[in-house]
Design a protein around this ligand. Structure first.
Ligand SMILES: NC(=O)c1ccc[n+]([C@@H]2O[C@H](COP(=O)([O-])OP(=O)(O)OC[C@H]3O[C@@H](n4cnc5c(N)ncnc54)[C@H](OP(=O)(O)O)[C@@H]3O)[C@@H](O)[C@H]2O)c1
Length: 238
């Protein structure tokens, strides 16, 4: 039987590249976006995915209703996030709450919702999408980085608790990736070069650079990897 996978935030960027790759791998892929069903449905059609759903992960009732829309899955990729660029002394309560809810709280609640069926069937794969900012300071991303570090801590704790059920829980940490989120930087020659100068491999990553690690973590070849963090950053954190 085909495996089912839900990839949050797969209407563009890294999530869309992951969704495209898992369709090619033969999975029933569920594309997820925040609110525009039209956008999610058009990506579903473009890449030949199985289903499209929306749920705004800043709203608890929408987080809680996601599993009813998708049913249980074999693999869960928690990729959606929000990011506000603000120095530490300008972080507002509003942006604090948004980043904590979308990036951290929804991660825990969705793992709580989807892991029981994985444990029951004795096989499951959960991958969270973190960031090189877990390792590297950025003057305008302290709160974003804090949520990504907190997710990594959850990953390690939950991985240990579900390991004996055949369920693995891992994180990936991309560096600077050319997605719509970063378009204002990589489409500006000067800004792009400044970032590329700080990357040992000398280039932005492409969304496809994040695919191999997630395919491995979700495969039987990755069955013995759990509680880990795989970094794909062209050496940026070094
Ligand atoms: N790009 C990078 O350089 C980079 C580096 C390190 C880590 N990352 C991480 O990689 C992941 C993907 O990044 P990306 O650059 O591909 O992101 P992106 O281009 O900004 O796309 C974000 C995705 O998340 C969804 N999303 C946003 N807010 C949401 C909400 N409130 N509820 C539900 N879904 C929401 C969006 O859905 P809609 O389009 O439907 O709104 C979209 O599909 C994120 O976790 C990010 O933190 C990215």
């Amino acid at each position: 039987m085909k495996k089912k996978i839900l990839i949050t935030g797969s209407t563009q960027g890294i999530g869309k590249a992951l969704a495209t790759a898992f369709v090619k791998e033969g999975y029933d892929v569920i594309v997820h976006g925040s609110s525009s069903m039209k956008k999610a449905e058009s990506v579903r059609e473009e890449i030949g995915a199985w289903k499209a759903v929306t749920a705004d992960l800043s709203k608890i009732e929408e987080i809680r209703s996601l599993r009813q829309k998708t049913g249980d899955v074999d693999a869960l990729i928690l990729n959606a996030s929000v990011q506000y660029k603000e120095p530490w002394d300008h972080i507002s309560e509003e942006t604090f709450d948004m980043q904590v809810t979308v990036n951290l709280k929804s991660t825990l609640l969705l793992i709580q919702d989807y892991a029981p069926a994985m444990k029951e069937q004795g096989w499951g794969r959960i991958v969270t999408v973190g960031s090189v900012n877990q390792y590297r300071n950025h003057p305008e991303l302290p709160m974003y980085a804090a949520t990504k570090c907190a997710v990594m801590s959850l990953v390690k704790n939950i991985a240990k608790q579900v390991a004996s059920y055949g369920v693995t829980v891992n994180n990936i940490a991309p560096g600077a990736i050319a997605t719509p989120r970063n378009a204002a930087i990589y489409e500006d020659d000067e800004k792009r070069k400044a970032v590329e100068n700080s990357i040992p491999m000398g280039r932005f990553g492409q969304p496809e650079d994040c695919v191999g690690a997630v395919l491995l973590l979700c495969s039987d070849a990755g069955a013995y990897i759990t509680g880990s963090d795989l970094v794909m950053d062209g050496g940026l954190r070094l």
